[in-house]
Design a protein. Structure first.
Length: 248
């Protein structure tokens, strides 16, 4: 199994990782892109459920307990990873309970992991453009602060990069209407009038800075360009990776 370990100044009692494609049991189109099996963690992408279960079991060996899997709906709901309701739907979770694992699945959308400098609260958010514009990061930060977090750190996991994230004018307008500075995160798509290339990493940093989170790491990867990652934009039928954080 290949893993991406966040490079961020988190306290020693914070565990965090992001999975890649390789090292699981799923065949193409959920494989590793090199003819081998893949570590697809998504149950909703028409992969064999038994193989997804085996993939999740491989991941589980690295964790203190089963992750708090959510049904992600591109919304802004934040849940407690240690006390999920049945069939929980949400796009962010937090925890103050050691061993409870926050997880977000992605295949181009931006996963954001959080912790506070004192190592008492963690969080994870799934930030596609809709959730990002609607405030999923702000809601996650607010939920963590309600649990006592003060100085919050964030790590931006693998997502579609600024050279590949083509969007329409409605996406640009959704951000610029809220933050004039978001204009800088969009550039005209050459030869495609009315289309833009968006920098989701820059948009996330702007949203986080607006709520006082300025210690932000990561943000230098592109899931479309780098075939180590699953990418819906590139492949359409594909698996899902997981980005996870927990208190040890």
């Amino acid at each position: 199994m290949e893993l991406l370990i966040p490079d961020w100044p988190a306290p020693a009692n914070i565990g965090a990782l992001s999975t890649l494609r390789a090292g699981g049991h799923s065949p193409s189109p959920y494989g590793d892109g090199q003819g081998g099996a893949g570590l697809n963690l998504g149950t909703h992408v028409d992969d064999d459920p038994a193989l997804v279960t085996r993939n999740r079991a491989l991941l589980r060996r690295l964790l203190p307990q089963e992750p708090a899997w959510l049904t992600q709906v591109h919304g802004v709901t934040v849940l407690d990873a240690a006390a999920l309701p049945a069939e929980a739907q949400g796009d962010a979770c937090i925890s103050t309970t050691p061993g409870a694992v926050c997880v977000m699945m992605t295949a181009d959308c931006l996963p954001v992991l959080f912790c506070d400098r004192t190592g008492t609260v963690v969080g994870a958010a799934h930030a596609g453009w809709r959730g990002l514009a609607a405030g999923v990061l702000e809601n996650t930060v607010a939920a963590m602060r309600a649990r006592g977090a003060a100085d919050i750190l964030a790590w931006l996991g693998p997502a579609i990069g600024p050279d590949n994230f083509e969007v329409g004018a409605e996406v640009k307008e959704a951000f610029v209407q809220q933050q004039a500075g978001a204009q800088a995160a969009f550039r005209d798509y050459p030869g495609r009038p009315g289309k833009y290339l968006a920098d989701i990493y820059q948009l996330a940093r702007l949203r986080l800075a607006a709520v006082g989170v300025d210690q932000v790491s990561g943000g230098g990867l592109c899931t479309v360009a780098d075939t180590r990652f699953y990418s819906y934009r590139r492949d359409r039928v594909t698996g899902r990776m997981g980005s996870l954080v927990w208190l040890k």
